[in-house]
Design a protein around this ligand. Sequence first.
Ligand code: IPD
Ligand code: CA
Ligand code: CA
Length: 271
Amino acid sequence: MNYRSPLLNVMTGAALKAAKGLIRDFGELEQLQVSKKGPADFVSRADHKSESVLRSELKKARPAYGLLMEESGERAGTDTSNRWVIDPLDGTTNFLHGIPHFSISIGLERDGEPYAGVIYSPIADEMFVAERGGGAFLNGRRLRVSGRRNVEEALFATGIPFLGLGDHGLFLKQLGAVMAVCTGVRRYGSAALDLAWVAAGRFDGFWENGLHPWDITAGIVLVREAGGFVSDLSGGRKMFSGGGVLASNAALHEPLVALVGSAARAPATAP
Ligand code: IPD
Ligand code: CA
Ligand code: CA
């Protein structure tokens, strides 16, 4: 078991340090309705603070690695094999609304492939970790994806596109196809945690169109190390080039690809 490997220690240490600031800021949000610039500006500062803590902690421990960060973009490293892929606050809308479901996601890409992942949910104090070949763990307990085999018993998660972003018509068709045949569909608002929860067997599968590398790199390692499958929405490998992400267990991965894919081919419903 390597859930306490030196690499994962570095990653969890950085996540815990950045989380302290997020927890403090989350607690202060209530006071902010009166502030001049308003809560959105405050949250964006919390986000940037978290990213700068993560950047300096990870740089200190592995000075040569490159970085890809949601807020400050890409910084090449002298070690061209290793790159951190970071979302300092995933679930920003939840955070802004005082909903305690948000996370810090730190992925490590090695030679272009997801290699290690840490996703931390500060308010729940749940630390999800995985390193290739070493298994996936939640607070030190080994994780397995769910064992459900039938779509009718499955609980899936997704992400809903919103104002000004994404293909709303396509998503509604995907949702229509999936919701008609399964136990339920959830939209919790942190894609990183959605993937971690698939790894933990809480969700039987997850799909979302058009996510970014920082939303998914850590989660991909978690799902795979927990025995699950991750692909783009057509079952291929284009998760990092606009293909969307679909994750599930061995039995439900193909059926979910078929359902989501059938939506892409379905004609629009009459108004
Ligand atoms: C968002 C969350 C959300 C997903 C969005 C993401 P952010 O990330 O992961 O669940 O549906 O597509 O952009 O903006 O909170 O870091
Ligand atoms: Ca995100
Ligand atoms: Ca973010």
